[in-house]
Write a protein that binds this ligand. Structure first.
Ligand SMILES: Cc1cc2nc3c(=O)[nH]c(=O)nc-3n(C[C@H](O)[C@H](O)[C@H](O)COP(=O)(O)OP(=O)(O)OC[C@H]3O[C@@H](n4cnc5c(N)ncnc54)[C@H](O)[C@@H]3O)c2cc1C
Length: 396
């Protein structure tokens, strides 16, 4: 049976659940809303397969020489609908054009976040866009294996730990498998997400029809969370003002394993890694129009071949990987543990969502003041033209 002792060692990747020949492992939510394997000991035959496929217990050390690129999908409509530069859609289209299957993350009818597969380009919009919640893998590893054995191309996208889980579950190399992972900040609790949807719906008294975590209406850098409710009532707030994004970015509601992630590395199990190219305005300002620029790592020959196939549809430039990661430490470093996390979860049901976030995620007064002063000074400098002069003097 699964030897996991510490919650922080289980990423919830579902590899053990998918491999169990007795179907005696179920993935059950704990009091924070994160799923963990629970074994029905009456059915368990002690075959040890679950231990053997756990990607954390059997951590694989990869050595590859990734190349990093700044990338933009030339199709602006798709780019605007995507979180970063819209590269996922292009790779997925190649797979579908070749009769393949694409696994990724979408919403179900209750806006719960889950993995699923699609086989047509029309369905791609269901997977497009980041959902900042831990997704339920369900039976998708088993489904992917079935397609792989049929000889169909399979593109599987997910967090690095989910790709680790899939590879470990498959246990062999498939030439028809392409894996894309993301640079991952960490994954928030599905229960916190559920509470947030309830809060939003209560505020307007209407059910939700559509949600986007990364609306670019106010730009890519200051992206917004947006809800469309029945009767076309809309909600939209930028990442610094939206309560769910505040909780996410304060690292208060992430899975315990995210604070000591075993999958942060430049040596990844995926073929391609996708990320936002934060800092592009410093590295390659000509590739920053605030509509979204992707940072991609090409980690394998399969990855190289996929990028070659989409190269006429993208604007791209190779960059120094160390320089790129300087602005995106989530690629190699886990986020810091928030010391108020336990209190946040203990009081999840005691306060309304806005009060909960204001109580546990607000910056200290001094930090808020400092930020305000910095903002005012910047505005004064811009208005008086002094900022440009200062930049010229400092050579920035
Ligand atoms: C939880 C999470 C944390 C992230 N943290 C960072 C970060 O710290 N820094 C950074 O640069 N980029 C981060 N990203 C990646 C970034 O937001 C974009 O997803 C990525 O750059 C791809 O963008 P795109 O424009 O190519 O395509 P899009 O169409 O936006 O890509 C969507 C892809 O993301 C996958 N996806 C969506 N939601 C999830 C999910 N919950 N779990 C797993 N896969 C999912 C979809 O299956 C699809 O493959 C994160 C993404 C997620 C989901």
């Amino acid at each position: 049976m699964v030897k996991m002792i510490n919650k922080k060692d289980c990423t919830g990747c579902h590899a053990c659940y998918n491999i169990c020949p007795q179907n005696c492992i179920s993935m059950q939510s704990d009091n924070e809303g994160f799923r963990y394997p629970i074994i029905d000991m009456d059915k368990c035959i002690d075959c040890g397969l679950c231990d053997r496929v756990c990607p954390v217990l059997n951590l694989e050390k990869i050595q590859n020489k990734p190349h990093a690129y700044a990338c933009i999908n030339k199709d602006e409509t798709i780019r605007i609908k995507s979180s970063s530069g819209g590269i996922f859609t292009l790779v997925a289209e190649i797979v579908i054009d070749n009769g393949g299957v694409v696994f990724g993350v979408g919403f179900n009818e209750n806006f719960e976040v889950e993995h699923r597969y699609i086989e047509t380009k029309e369905e791609l919009e269901k997977l497009r866009g980041s959902k900042y919640v831990q997704s339920r893998i369900g039976d998708t590893f088993k489904q992917a294996k079935t397609f792989l054995r049929q000889g169909r191309k399979v593109l599987f996208t997910g967090t690095p730990c989910q790709i680790g889980g899939l590879k470990s579950y498959l246990g062999q190399i498939y030439d028809n498998l392409i894996c894309i992972d993301i640079v991952c900040h960490g994954v928030p609790s599905p229960d916190v997400w559920h509470k947030y949807i309830e809060y939003r719906e209560e505020k307007v008294g209407l059910p939700t029809q559509r949600i986007a975590f990364r609306s670019k209406n106010e730009g890519w850098k200051r992206f917004s969370v947006s809800f469309l409710f029945k009767n076309n009532i809309e909600y939209q707030k930028t990442l610094d003002k939206d309560y769910f994004m505040k909780a996410f970015l304060k690292n208060i509601c992430l899975r315990p394993s995210c604070y000591e992630c075993n999958f942060k590395s430049l040596n990844r199990q995926s073929d391609i890694t996708l990320a936002d190219f934060w800092g592009i305005w410093n590295v390659l300002p000509e590739m920053d129009d605030d509509k979204g620029t992707s940072l991609i790592f090409v980690n394998s020959d399969i990855g190289k071949s996929m990028i070659k196939q989409i190269r006429h549809k993208i604007i791209y430039k190779e960059v120094n990987i160390e320089e790129a990661v300087k602005y995106n430490s989530a690629a190699i470093k886990s986020v810091a543990y928030n010391t108020k996390r336990v209190d946040f979860f203990n009081h999840l049901n005691d306060y309304s969502f806005d009060r909960l976030v204001m109580k546990y995620c607000s910056d200290k007064l001094l930090i808020r003041l400092k930020r305000k002063v910095k903002f005012i000074v910047r505005v004064i400098l811009i208005k008086t033209g002094l900022l440009r002069i200062a930049k010229v003097i400092l050579g920035k």
